[in-house]
Design a protein around this ligand. Structure first.
Ligand SMILES: NC(=O)c1ccc[n+]([C@@H]2O[C@H](COP(=O)([O-])OP(=O)(O)OC[C@H]3O[C@@H](n4cnc5c(N)ncnc54)[C@H](OP(=O)(O)O)[C@@H]3O)[C@@H](O)[C@H]2O)c1
Length: 275
């Protein structure tokens, strides 16, 4: 897909693989909507992009651990842009960052579920009219190979919490949402796919986890860009990729009843009307 003049929102683009992808998309001529929490780091990236003289970059701050802030982000993007060609839901916190203990979001939800999944769910749902109006358009959910089935009796992990489990259930939730939304959007011209970008890239969340990186943001970035603008991805939807290759996700992703339960729960938690 030619990116010149296309508008792309990428969450978590002030750091890590998101930052790399934002720079690449701008270099391809895209109008990049940078998102994060750190004004100074966003400014450095926007300045870099402008210096390169290719695409445009605008910063939209929002704390995705707050549903009100998440909603405001979507509303601002809708108010300021006539089109949205690609939405990359990339922001996330790792299993150990900023700490491994169970924490709650501003709305009282388990923090990894809230930041890694629920905010992306709400953004995608709120941005859908703009994405549909810009079709053919794409949603890319940056998930992981780390996947743990959701226990619908205790999604907030009040029992048996570990950072690894919380991270992995949030990542499987992203994939379940991807498949669910792809079915809903069939024929709309909006596709939605998910991926594991690369294993232990050299990023803040990996370093904070005390893990020695074994891959680069360039490797993970290539896989994200493939789903975002690869010509061979045109019309393909509801898929999970490990890097550049399609892969089966955890079995719960293919359980229609589980996906329906997650959809109902997510709508309730984000205050959206029942489907
Ligand atoms: N690193 C890996 O090896 C790996 C492997 C598989 C999947 N992934 C996935 O790849 C994605 C990007 O991860 P990364 O490795 O690039 O991590 P990173 O370097 O730690 O970057 C995370 C990004 O998410 C943003 N973010 C975190 N919490 C936020 C919040 N509450 N509100 C708003 N933004 C928030 C950060 O914003 P600030 O700049 O404001 O902190 C940052 O821009 C994540 O979804 C991760 O799960 C990574």
């Amino acid at each position: 897909m030619k990116m010149t003049g296309k508008t792309v929102l990428i969450t978590g683009s002030t750091d890590g693989v998101g930052r790399h992808v934002a720079g690449k998309l701008a270099a391809e001529g895209a109008n990049v909507l940078i998102h994060g929490r750190d004004e100074a780091r966003a400014k450095t990236l926007a300045d870099e992009i402008r210096r390169e003289g290719h695409g445009e970059a605008t910063f939209y701050p929002a704390d995705l651990s707050s549903l009100a802030d998440t909603r405001k982000l979507a509303e601002t993007v809708i108010a300021e842009h006539k089109r949205l060609d690609v939405f990359i839901s990339n922001a996330g916190i790792g299993s150990m960052s900023p700490k491994a203990e169970r924490q709650l979001s501003a709305d009282g939800h388990e923090l990894r579920f809230a930041v890694n999944y629920l905010s992306g769910f709400l953004l995608a749902r709120l941005l859908l009219p703009l994405l549909k109006a810009s079709a053919p358009s794409r949603i890319v959910n940056v998930a992981s190979l780390g996947q743990h089935p959701l226990d619908f009796d205790d999604v907030m992990l009040t029992r048996g919490y570990t950072g690894t489990r919380a991270y992995a259930q949030s990542k499987l939730a992203q994939i379940m949402f991807t498949i669910d939304l792809a079915q809903e959007l069939a024929g709309s011209g909006v596709t939605v796919n998910a991926l594991h970008p690369a294993t232990y890239m050299n990023t803040t969340m990996v370093r904070e986890g005390g893990i020695t990186p074994i891959s680069t943001v360039e490797q993970g970035g290539e896989a994200i860009l493939h789903l975002a603008d690869g010509d061979d991805m045109a019309g393909k939807s509801g898929l999970f990729f490990n890097g550049m290759q399609p892969l089966k996700a955890n079995a719960q992703a293919y359980d229609g009843t589980a996906r329906q339960r997650l959809r109902a729960l997510s709508r309730k938690l984000t205050g959206l009307p029942a489907a």
